[in-house]
Design a protein around this ligand. Structure first.
Ligand code: XMP
Length: 318
């Protein structure tokens, strides 16, 4: 029978034999798959694994700093690359969802390729591909490999794509990846993290993206997600997040009428993201969260809760 401990032992031995003393590059996303792949490779080849963690400026509040710290504490040889400005500049004025995705994919490849070139004599590219990604061929939840697939026909392959590929989780399902991670001592907060789209907050800001909108949405999202954790609801939800709508609505403050932003909160139950049901969060929680958001986030005067299931309503609004 399959056990996580036996998988780790066999895989580490295989990776050692396959890679020897050559250098490997891996893009960390903060998600479960790339993190587990990194720890597994780190066990096998130590600091010859060079991890790259890119901040695209569209992550959750404090996510880049917190997760980078956590990776370092885990003993990973990781370089954090803050490319926020490059992504946000490239996205300026763009409001078409697919163009946003393409721009982010393109810039990611450029940034990643620059960083990969700095690792001298690298021979391998490691990826956290899991079995469902292999069968779908392009991962539903994206990640670097999916982005690359839709881009490599434009202007030839970037150099890092010419490296030999190693995918240690290729035969595993998500729950097995979590068990493997747990058996290697990864923190529950990393293993239990909700899925988060590669383009990040870019596809949760409807319409064009500005630094100000990113900052507003980060605050709103932080209040919502921290609230779910504080109320013990986080682990009961498959994915949650906030959307910044391209709509202003009227509010009253004393004698003044304001005209400010509206945010939508979304929390869903799902097993694979293909179908999803909205979660019946307690009214008391929604009440408290809405008050906190409106009181603490300047520029937002209205909060709505998305009660639509997929199909037809996708989890993301873009
Ligand atoms: P939808 O919105 O299609 O999302 O119901 C299903 C799952 O996929 C994630 N998602 C993405 N992930 N790049 C990604 O890496 C994307 O462009 C993208 N679009 C949606 C979404 O967060 C959900 O988990």
């Amino acid at each position: 029978t399959w056990t996580p401990a036996a998988f780790v032992e066999t895989t580490v031995a295989e990776l050692k034999a396959k890679i020897g003393d050559e250098k490997v590059i891996l893009g960390l996303s903060g998600g479960v798959d790339s993190s587990v792949a990194a720890v597994l490779l780190n066990k096998a080849i130590g600091d010859n694994l060079h991890c790259i963690f890119v901040n695209n400026g569209l992550l959750r509040k404090n996510e880049f700093e917190d997760v980078l710290h956590q990776y370092k504490d885990m003993g990973l040889n990781v370089k954090g690359v803050d490319a926020s400005a490059r992504f946000l500049d490239a996205l300026e004025g763009e409001s078409d969802p697919e163009k946003k995705r393409k721009t982010i994919g393109r810039v990611f490849i450029e940034v990643f390729d620059d960083e990969a070139h700095k690792v001298e004599n690298a021979k391998w590219l490691a990826q956290g591909t899991i079995y469902p990604d292999v069968i779908e061929s392009v991962s539903a939840t994206g990640g670097p490999s999916a982005t690359i697939k839709s881009h490599h026909n434009v202007g030839g392959l970037p150099d890092f794509m010419k490296l030999k590929v190693v995918e240690p989780l290729k035969m595993l399902f998500k729950d097995e990846v979590r068990r493997v991670g747990k058996s290697m001592g990864l923190e529950p907060n990393l293993l239990g993290r909700h899925p988060f789209p590669g383009p990040g907050l870019a596809i949760r800001i409807l319409g064009d993206i500005t630094r100000e909108k990113v900052a507003i949405l980060q605050e709103v999202d932080h209040i919502f997600i921290q609230g779910l954790k504080d109320w013990g609801l986080y682990d009961q939800v498959w994915q949650a997040g906030a959307m910044l709508l391209p709509v202003n609505s009227v509010g009253v403050m004393g004698d003044e009428r304001t005209y400010e932003k509206c945010v939508a909160l979304r929390a869903v139950e799902s097993t694979d993201g293909m179908t999803a049901d909205w979660v019946n969060l307690p009214y008391e929680f929604l009440q408290k969260t809405s008050n906190d958001i409106i009181n603490k986030v300047p520029g937002v005067n209205r909060v709505v809760y998305d009660i639509s299931s997929k199909p037809p309503a996708t989890i993301e609004w873009e």
